[in-house]
Design a protein around this ligand. Structure first.
Ligand SMILES: C[S@@+](CC[C@H](N)C(=O)[O-])C[C@H]1O[C@@H](n2cnc3c(N)ncnc32)[C@H](O)[C@@H]1O
Length: 204
């Protein structure tokens, strides 16, 4: 089930990759990245991860605003990563790796911040992903989760778009999911319409 689920998601994004940056949703996503930056605070020389990085637009923006950071983009889709590498103006400060959010190929405590924009809603096993985020974050590190939210309290609200649907979580559901992985919710901010930034910190 999980294998087929991930294979179908990968197929979807592999097919979408070449036009991704030019289609309407991406214009919205880039506006969201811009708003997100208003809330991001990084320590000097931070090592950061963008999980489900797509074509790497958020990392490019972060690397421009914070010239001393190093960043890794991870994604399921090799075609998305190809575009990200082609437009990587900050190499070798930014690198891109193929992998799954459910089993991050990184060491414990390796990142000062982890980002996820419009990707968490695709995950079938959110608890597993959050445990992985908590594992790779350093103590006190931040997790910036940006996704469409819902007001419905039944967890999660599943919408029948994309292979096997997308999953939306209310602010309270995000807090509960985070706390069971050792991530404390610091704040919620609406960035654009129903797109909500939830900032977590890893408990020391
Ligand atoms: C809608 S795109 C968002 C891309 C980028 N974060 C942005 O803001 O433009 C969702 C991305 O999540 C990736 N993705 C979906 N499920 C994933 C998983 N289980 N592990 C890693 N990446 C995943 C997809 O391949 C896709 O590139």
């Amino acid at each position: 089930m999980t294998f087929n689920f991930l294979r179908n998601k990968k197929l979807l994004f592999d097919q979408w990759a070449s036009s991704y940056d030019w289609l309407f949703p991406s214009v919205i996503y880039q506006a969201i990245h811009k708003r997100l930056l208003e809330y991001v605070d990084l320590p000097k020389r931070a090592n950061i991860l963008d999980m489900g990085c797509g074509t790497g637009r958020l990392l490019e923006r972060l690397a421009t605003k914070f010239p001393d950071i190093c960043g890794t983009g991870l994604d399921l889709s090799s075609n998305m990563l190809r575009i990200a590498r082609q437009s990587d103006r900050h190499h070798p400060r930014l690198i891109y790796i193929e992998g799954q959010a459910e089993s991050l190929p990184f060491a414990e405590g390796q990142f000062e911040a982890v980002f996820s924009t419009i990707s968490f809603l695709h995950y079938l096993e959110p608890q597993k992903v959050l445990s992985e985020v908590a594992r790779v974050l350093s103590p006190g590190g931040r997790f910036y989760l940006v996704d469409i939210t819902t007001k419905k309290e039944e967890a999660p609200q599943i919408l029948p778009i994309s292979p096997l649907g997308i999953r939306l979580y209310s602010p309270q559901q995000r807090e509960l999911l985070g706390s069971s992985a050792g991530l404390l919710c610091l704040s919620h901010q609406y960035l654009l319409g129903p797109v909500l930034l939830t900032t977590f910190t890893k408990l020391s």
